[in-house]
Write a protein that binds this ligand. Structure first.
Ligand code: 3PY
Ligand code: MG
Length: 265
């Protein structure tokens, strides 16, 4: 299937994404069929182990959506397992320096390329779904074309290093995480602080100046509009768990409220 890199290159408008944070393949399938361009499966904060990822990939594969998987950490072992399982588009959290970005790219690539393209991904493709157990001819030689790497800028250091991080060869896109960024700037739980908003905007500008696509997590409509107006190529606008939490609250709130008012007479 085509990669996130190709989806970005072919996009006529900013891509809109949803999170699967529940680990439910049913929820993933519901969202994959929603018309969203992107589905991001969260292995960092979601309770999703490597084997639990497989039914989610199966569910999403039936829909015209580009699926990304966020690994829990910039860890070559987990990156190898997730790629071998057949995830094609990695999102690597907490990338704060160009060295961190290079490490993520190396972990996603097989060895053998020239210079910077040297990778450390172990070669087990004959045993793995990534190559459909050897049915994709030349998978090892062509693996880079099946895989994309997006790194996450979500610390104050990362914003300072955004241009260098974005410029790393093999980084296909950069995703800004305002929530952790707010924490690292001394505003835990307050991503709407003006200083954090300014840092997000500065990171958008730096990544765009480096010539790479940039995206932002924007669960508030106004943030999505602002980031798109500033040049974001993709935004993630909701998660299965938040939609269910807010939707379920709303479904009961009116009648509960009416009953509370009636009881008080
Ligand atoms: C963050 O905001 O910290 C993220 O990781 C994306 O939601
Ligand atoms: Mg984060």
């Amino acid at each position: 299937m085509s990669t996130f890199r190709e989806a970005l290159a072919g996009a006529q408008a900013p891509l809109v994404g949803l999170w699967n944070a529940s680990g439910s393949a049913v929820a993933a399938e519901i969202m994959a069929g929603s018309g969203a361009d992107l589905l991001l499966v969260d292995g960092e904060h979601g309770p999703i182990t490597v084997s639990e990822l497989l039914p989610i990939l199966h569910a999403a594969a039936a829909y015209p959506v580009t699926t990304l998987v966020r690994v829990p950490w910039n860890d070559p072992v987990i990156i190898k397992q997730v790629l071998d399982l057949g995830a094609q588009n990695l999102l690597v959290p907490m990338v704060s320096t160009a060295d961190d970005a290079r490490a993520a790219v190396r972990a996603a690539r097989y060895p053998g390329g020239p210079g910077e393209r040297e990778g450390t991904r172990g070669i087990g493709s004959a045993l793995a779904r990534s190559s459909r157990w050897g049915r994709i001819a030349g998978y090892v030689q062509g693996a880079d074309s099946h895989v994309s790497v997006t790194v996450q800028i979500e610390t104050a250091d990362a914003v300072a290093n955004a241009a260098e991080i974005a410029a790393v060869e093999g980084v296909d896109a950069v995703f800004i995480g305002p929530t952790d960024l707010a924490g690292s700037m001394g505003f835990p739980g307050r991503p709407s602080e003006q200083a954090v908003v300014d840092a997000v905007d500065a990171a958008i500008d730096a990544v765009r100046a480096a010539g790479k696509p940039v995206g932002v997590n924007t669960f508030a409509e106004a943030d999505a509009d602002r980031c798109i107006a500033r040049g974001a190529a993709f935004v993630f606008v909701a998660a299965d768990v938040t939609l269910m939490a807010r939707g379920s609250e709303a479904a009961v709130a009116r009648l509960k409220q009416a009953r509370t008012e009636a009881d008080s007479y």
